[in-house]
Design a protein around this ligand. Structure first.
Ligand SMILES: Cc1ncc(COP(=O)(O)O)c(C=O)c1O
Length: 404
């Protein structure tokens, strides 16, 4: 079995049953959407007793979450291999809420240079204003260099593996060891690696999912999840989420639960198609490099081969420097099967020019990232690989013509 195919057996059997209430009335397969704000209690004793259960997904107060949210939380905790999950309003909120929870004034945070742009902006603006300093590190940093960046005040080491634009797979085991040696928490944005990377087996303390992507899967809902294994970490995360009023609506959670049922077949199909398309692109004369974690030569591929059970369907393409960024934009405009869009993980294929985002990282260990030509990020959906390749073939003709 190829490493990219290891991860799919058993997934759908699990997804069919996760987050289904044992006592569902009237016995429908799917749970209903439970909407509500006010929770009624029989008396003050009952109110006090329930309020004491705020870390147990008890129905206490609408904004703290209800039964539909809890079912999604159970399902995500199981997929991530964690013990407790908190759903929040978006994937970005799933990044920012634990950062707020574990960092304080005078604290220090280490962020990979490849991190999702809005997470970076949160560090550079709001966290800075709150007195937290952020240092960006090369996502492929080595142990001794990382140790040199750790400070007595470092509270969080953050990772995003692979980076969602430049696709470096990180050595998460090493990051966990260094973080823990220094008493810091390791947080991982595991959105790309849902199911195929088991964060807690590699020492991660807090795993983050933009459920908006593959779990939701239909480009029609926005939700995030924060998962932990440790009870003390859970208290910190849950308290922060409740205090800042983090809330995911039951409708969004229900849509995400519904999306999860087919995530196994979608991921398997999309992952395979993405590899077919990525390998085809590798052979094209216009292409300098394909940034796909499962392909040898992609940055951090050895960590992918060691730690992952498969791949998702988002990857990058760098063109040769003789092609201009505007020619790539002409190419994208000519595509008919791929649409232009940023939020990925749905059933549809997307193409997004990413030249500026990748070249910002020129100081990294991988000197060839950003030194090549313009870049494109592709998200492969459920369309057939033949149709996607024919579309890209036509797009490459436009790229050549626009650069002639
Ligand atoms: C890696 C990663 N993390 C987090 C997010 C944020 O997710 P959301 O769109 O739900 O806020 C995204 C969105 O693109 C992402 O790519």
């Amino acid at each position: 079995m190829m490493p990219e195919d290891r991860g799919w057996s058993g997934l759908s059997a699990k997804l069919v049953r996760l987050g289904r209430p044992a006592d569902a009335e009237p016995g429908f397969v799917n749970p209903p959407v439970a909407r509500g704000s006010t929770v009624l209690y029989e008396n003050m004793d009952a109110m006090r007793a329930r309020s004491a259960q705020r870390y147990e997904h008890a129905l206490i107060y609408g904004a703290m979450g209800g039964p539909t949210q809890s079912l999604l939380e159970e399902a995500i905790a199981a997929i991530e291999g964690g013990r407790h999950t908190q759903v929040v309003s978006s994937g970005l909120a799933a990044c920012t809420t634990p950062l707020l929870a574990f960092l304080g004034a005078g604290g220090h945070c280490l962020m990979p240079d490849s991190v999702y742009g809005p997470t970076r902006r949160f560090c550079d603006t709001l966290l800075r204003r709150l007195g937290v300093e952020t240092t960006y590190y090369d996502p492929l940093i080595e142990r001794s260099d990382l140790r040199a960046l750790m400070r007595p005040t470092t509270q969080v080491l953050f990772a995003e593996s692979p980076g969602s634009h430049s696709f470096e797979v990180q050595d998460v085991r090493m990051l966990a060891q260094v973080a823990h040696e220094h008493g810091a928490k390791l947080m991982l944005d595991n959105t790309w690696g849902i199911h195929v990377f088991q964060p807690f087996e590699h020492g991660v303390d807090v795993s983050i999912q933009a459920l908006t992507k593959y779990p939701s899967g239909h480009a029609d809902s926005v939700v995030g999840a924060i998962t932990v294994v440790d009870q003390a970490d859970w208290v910190v995360v849950r308290d922060a989420a409740v205090q800042i009023g983090q809330y995911a609506s039951p409708d969004e959670c229900w849509l995400t639960l519904r999306g999860l049922r087919t995530m196994g077949v979608r991921l398997e199909r999309q992952s395979r198609s993405a590899l077919v398309v990525a390998r085809w692109l590798q052979e094209r004369a216009e292409v300098a490099r394909v940034l796909h974690p499962a392909l040898p030569g992609s940055p951090g591929h050895a960590f992918w081969a060691r730690d992952f059970n498969g791949a998702s369907s988002l990857f990058g393409v760098e063109f040769k420097p003789k092609f201009s960024a505007s020619a790539v934009e002409d190419m994208v405009a000519a595509l008919a099967v791929f649409s232009l869009g940023a939020s990925w993980g749905g059933y549809e294929s997307l193409a997004l020019p990413t030249t500026g985002i990748i070249s910002r990282a020129a100081s990294r260990r991988q000197p060839d990232i950003g030194d090549g030509g313009p870049a494109l990020r592709l998200h492969v959906g459920l369309e057939s690989p033949e149709d996607l390749i024919a579309d890209l073939d036509g797009g490459l003709a436009v790229l050549r013509a626009a650069s002639a």
